[in-house]
Write a protein that binds this ligand. Structure first.
Ligand SMILES: Cc1cc2nc3c(=O)[nH]c(=O)nc-3n(C[C@H](O)[C@H](O)[C@H](O)COP(=O)(O)OP(=O)(O)OC[C@H]3O[C@@H](n4cnc5c(N)ncnc54)[C@H](O)[C@@H]3O)c2cc1C
Length: 465
């Protein structure tokens, strides 16, 4: 068995792991990364990137279908569109492949050694990797666990046949006529909306009393309205029970306790993600856990010296950019730099239609934290750019502490607001006040103008409402 020794071993090459390895390599740390499947992890291969590619396909298809049906207000007409889903999926796969290659090139440039295979801890400094050419032992001074997450499977609705996970949904080469989505969180709604826009009849089954329960109803309102306009039926307070006897749909218990069968060609289960720790040999370590997730401190350190954990395997928020920021930080810690997790906010985005962005505290969270508040909200209906893009639903909301005027949180819902997350994140991270935002010239005409207007509204003098 060949043995490798290194200073840093990273297990898992998702956004957390590969960023950690690249930064460590840049800092001159002798680094090895182990990946059991494809470089880029869930995000690049079956998550963020492929889902956004398919959302784009759906958007373009809907635009063409609207033109064909004479539904545009500006007189655009066209012939009826046809979508070759096989080709769309091949296009998406091509993007993923290019990014896979890009990650490999970046790791090579940083002089990181890539080992393909499944890693298993033997002890706190030693890992065995099952590679194609046999087992390899890797000994390291520091080890980062970045093994990510996988879709939660419901025991009474296991994946297989017509029951698919988000990974299966992103690989469909034929449009399901009827799609039932179990779980009204962001992954289910992003994909459900995309399929509805491509022409599937979509139903969403959500156990809670509303969709996207992590966001307030003001933010989710425009999304719900759009789902209704798309013909998506949302059944809240409803529980999935299992497949129908013939396997042609889903049995559910509705909010009023009645059993109902929903016909479906595919049942997409998106009820959450679980940490990937099976087969990792955690039983050979003494790690404190948070339920099934690995417990970490503010330097992403675990309860064992020299072992760090980052990304989805450490719990919520399970987001790629959090994993990357943690990875970058841990590499610098291993290099001896003084770093700790001191972020003020992590933007969360739902790429639904319209999109939702939230950074920092919501009004409710800020109130619960005991702050006196000044809140300003500016509607896109009063924003020239939103009107010219034919996307007037939604608003930008700024939540600030009364007195200091320190901005505590920023939220928005509207078409294209995901790109505003950069400005929102920067404002929160830099400790901006309402005056800072109101006093920054925002180019005209842009959606971003709604941001200073919301801040001015909170200060009592919005200009355009
Ligand atoms: C459909 C979908 C859409 C999403 N959209 C977004 C989005 O728009 N924005 C966003 O921020 N997040 C999104 N996410 C979440 C995002 O994908 C994750 O937060 C992110 O991938 C977490 O990164 P990670 O590095 O922690 O783990 P992962 O990306 O899960 O990577 C972990 C890697 O570790 C490898 N691994 C596991 N065990 C071992 C082992 N024992 N040995 C070797 N390798 C191992 C795995 O093969 C995997 O490649 C989405 C997720 C899904 C499913």
């Amino acid at each position: 068995m060949t043995e490798i020794t290194c200073k840093l071993l990273v297990i898992g090459a998702g956004p957390g792991g590969y960023v950690c390895a690249i930064r460590a390599g840049q800092l001159g740390i002798d680094t090895v990364i182990v990946e059991s499947t494809k470089l880029g992890g869930s995000c690049l291969n079956v998550g963020c990137i492929p889902s956004k590619a398919m959302i784009h396909v759906a958007e373009e298809f809907e635009k063409a279908a609207d033109a064909a049906a004479g539904r545009t207000p500006f007189g655009l007409t066209a012939g009826a569109p046809a979508l070759d889903l096989k080709q769309a999926v091949a296009w998406k796969d091509g993007i993923v492949q290019r990014l896979n290659n890009g990650v490999a090139a970046l790791l090579r440039k940083a002089k990181v050694k890539i080992v393909h295979g499944r890693a298993r801890f033997r002890d706190g400094k030693t890992v065995t990797v099952e590679t194609e050419t046999g087992p390899r032992t890797i000994k390291a001074e520091a080890i980062v666990i970045a093994t990510g997450s996988a879709p939660v499977e419901l025991p009474f609705l296991p994946f297989g046949g017509n029951v698919i996970s988000s990974t299966g949904a992103l690989a469909l080469t034929e449009l399901p006529k009827r799609l039932v989505v179990v779980g009204g969180g962001y992954i289910g709604l992003e994909l459900g909306t995309a399929f509805a826009r491509m022409g599937s009849k979509v139903m969403v089954v959500e156990a809670m009393d509303r969709i996207l329960p992590l966001y307030d109803t003001e933010l989710t309102g425009p999304v719900s309205k759009r789902l209704t306009a798309l013909g998506v039926e949302v059944l809240t307070g409803a529980k999935a029970l299992g497949p129908t006897a013939k396997g042609d749909g889903l049995r559910i218990e509705t909010a009023d306790g009645k059993e109902r069968s929903l016909p479906a060609d595919k049942v997409l289960v998106t009820v959450g993600r679980r940490p990937v720790t099976d087969g990792l040999g955690l039983e050979n370590l003494v790690l404190d856990m948070d339920g099934r997730f690995i417990r970490i401190g503010e330097r992403c350190e675990t309860s064992m010296r020299g072992i760090y954990a980052i990304g989805d395997v450490t719990g919520e928020p399970m987001l790629a950019h959090r994993a990357m920021a943690q990875g970058e930080m841990v590499a610098e810690i291993v290099a001896g730099l003084p770093r700790a997790w001191d972020k003020r906010g992590i933007a969360a985005i739902c790429f639904t239609d319209p999109e939702i962005v939230s950074v920092g505290l919501s009004p409710e969270e800020a109130k619960r934290a005991g702050h006196e508040l000044k809140i300003g909200q500016f509607p896109f209906a009063a924003n020239g750019r939103a009107m010219t893009r034919h996307g007037e639903a939604g608003f930008v909301r700024v939540v600030a502490q009364a007195g200091s005027e320190l901005v505590l949180g920023i939220q928005a819902v509207g078409q294209g607001v995901s790109e505003l997350s950069a400005a929102f994140g920067l404002a929160i991270e830099m400790g901006a006040t309402l005056q800072d935002i109101a006093g920054t010239i925002h180019a005209h005409p842009t959606l971003g103008e709604a941001f200073p207007e919301a801040a001015m509204k909170a200060l009592g003098h919005a200009l355009h409402i």
